[in-house]
Design a protein. Structure first.
Length: 537
């Protein structure tokens, strides 16, 4: 039984949840802070007070000792770590390689309220600005856990959520090490990442009947390997093929697919398998959400955009003449299985466009993610076999989205809005281009526009150099940064109909710096003034 590690900000409830979780799972509970105190004779608070660097060395040694001794407990262990353990040295990598890592996510304000007397937590005794800075600095590490659970929920709900994750994790077999888990209680599902379809699908194959939906470009390349990976039981599963491209996300194709599935005699145990990019995933997802009031769907994304964004989170939709994704539903998949080798057949333009979403995640997540995407960037232009490092980049992007989905599944709390970075203008430009631009290309243009708007808006505080840095990054991956030619009246009309519009303007994600973004509302007139100062409004 793999160890289970709880990480997260101080006062997120790691010890309380850990004890109850261990009792429920019949595992041994270990508190890393207790181990440190037993070995040194001093509390972690006292050690930190004298020298935090020295404490971190002691903490890392104690964690290594726990990992070395884990085999003594065949029933398994639950380890509650200190708030900073995952953010220092190679602790996080060691925990991920050894077992399941779960972040208990908490707002810093609630953490301070829970802490009460901060004497035992000296890092929470600092001024509020310092606490916020500490939380922001650690977030990129917390997001690299296998899964995230909202720690603001009642303790028993948190325990149940983590227990469900543990069960799902163990069932993934060898794929579990690189997996991301979207923790939604009974609807928890894995995102598996592997070099091949066989590896990605290994332990998430549907048990019952399947119907495959794909497009006419992907089918000749990957339908055969998909059938082989699904196994002999699905060798003759029916296949529905739609035309490649955004135009397939329409009422006519939606109706045709619904009728095809009903014609194949599907029931509620039939799994829809979506093989393709974002268009196939969105369309098949909406079909699955509505046929018989809901069928399971297994997303098998074959593009970077789908692997890191559209296949995750349950947003399904078709387009209308008024705009993109205006008719749809939230319908979470049963699993997402991403295979790196499917990226080798991406057309060069699709490969480059995928980096539009990756740069978005880099801006959201922070400098470490930015550097990781930067290192993978040559592949965008050169093609060929995807670099092994790309799995880690995809995993980090998927983990970011998974955390947001867990905390704001239906975009009601404001957190999921952050995923729209670059999409406010990007979607409008994409719609107005009438198919000229790919989604990732439009998002890339939207990122540059977001930098410019953020620099000019009071309160956003974006440094002017950031736009140049983003332009350089886009050029490194073969993406255009010149959005101005696309801001015609069609784009502004599309923006006025966008789902992100609210009273007083449109929801917009501003950028303060890499790793610090915030949702704001911008008046459309002000937006036009900033982006087209010479135009007549």
């Amino acid at each position: 039984m793999d160890p289970l590690f709880l990480i997260g900000f101080p006062a997120s409830g790691k010890t309380t949840v850990g004890r109850r979780l261990a009792a429920r799972l019949s595992r041994r509970f270990i508190d890393l802070d207790d181990v440190i105190e037993e070995e040194t004779g001093e509390t972690p608070a006292a050690l930190v007070g004298r020298s935090e660097p020295r404490f971190r060395k002691i903490e890392a040694a104690a964690l290594r000792h726990i990992l070395d001794e884990a085999g003594r407990f065949p029933e398994g262990i639950v380890v509650a770590t200190g708030g900073g353990a995952a953010a220092h040295g190679d602790n996080l990598a060691r925990m991920r390689q050894a077992g399941l890592v779960v972040t208990l996510a908490i707002d810093p304000k609630l953490a301070v309220e829970r802490a009460g007397d901060v004497a035992a937590r000296p890092l929470l005794a600092r001024p509020w600005s310092g606490i916020v800075e500490l939380a922001e600095r650690r977030q990129p590490f917390y997001r690299q856990a296998h899964a995230v659970v909202d720690a603001s929920l009642p303790v028993e709900q948190v325990v149940s959520a983590v227990a469900a994750l543990a069960t799902r994790y163990q069932a993934l077999g060898p794929a579990r090490r690189d997996a991301v888990l979207v923790g939604l209680g009974e609807r928890t599902y894995p995102i598996t990442l592997a070099a091949s379809l066989e590896g990605a699908l290994g332990h998430v194959r549907p048990a019952g009947r399947v119907v495959i939906i794909t497009d006419d470009q992907v089918a000749p390349l990957w339908l055969g390997p998909l059938r082989a990976a699904l196994g002999d039981a699905h060798a003759h599963a029916p296949v529905c093929v739609v035309p490649a491209g955004e135009g397939a996300k329409c009422f006519a194709q939606y109706q045709a697919l619904c009728e095809a599935l009903l014609g194949h005699g599907v029931d509620r145990d039939t799994t829809v398998v979506a093989l393709g990019g974002g268009v196939v995933g969105d369309l098949a997802g909406f079909v699955a959400a509505t046929v018989l009031r809901g069928l399971p769907i297994l997303q098998v994304p074959t593009t970077l955009v789908a692997m890191t964004d559209s296949a995750i989170g349950g947003k399904t939709a078709i387009d209308t003449p008024a705009g993109k994704n205006l008719v749809g539903a939230f319908w979470q998949p049963s699993a997402v299985a991403a295979a790196l080798d499917t990226l080798t057949t991406l057309p060069a333009r699709q490969r480059r466009a995928g980096f539009g979403e990756l740069w978005k995640y880099a801006l959201l997540d922070g400098e470490a993610m930015w550097e990781a995407v930067w290192e993978c960037a040559p592949w965008a232009l050169q093609g060929g076999e995807a670099p092994p490092e790309l799995i880690d980049v995809i995993r980090r992007a998927a983990a970011y989205k998974a955390q947001v989905v867990v905390q704001d599944e239906r975009e009601t709390a404001g957190l999921r809005v952050l995923l729209n970075l670059g999409h406010t203008l990007g979607h409008a430009i994409e719609t107005a281009s009438a198919g000229e631009l790919l989604h990732g290309e439009a998002v890339a243009l939207g990122l540059v526009a977001a930098c410019r708007v953020s620099h000019h808006l009071t309160g956003a505080g974006c440094a002017p150099e950031l736009e140049g840095r983003v332009v350089e990054a886009l050029a490194r991956t073969g993406l255009s940064a010149d959005f101005e030619p696309y801001l015609d009246e069609k784009a502004w009309d599309a923006l006025s109909l966008d789902k992100k519009r609210v009273t007083g303007g449109v929801r917009f994600v501003a950028i303060r710096e890499v790793g610090r973004c915030l949702p704001i509302t911008v008046d459309l007139t002000e937006l036009r003034r900033i982006l087209r100062p010479s135009a007549t409004v």
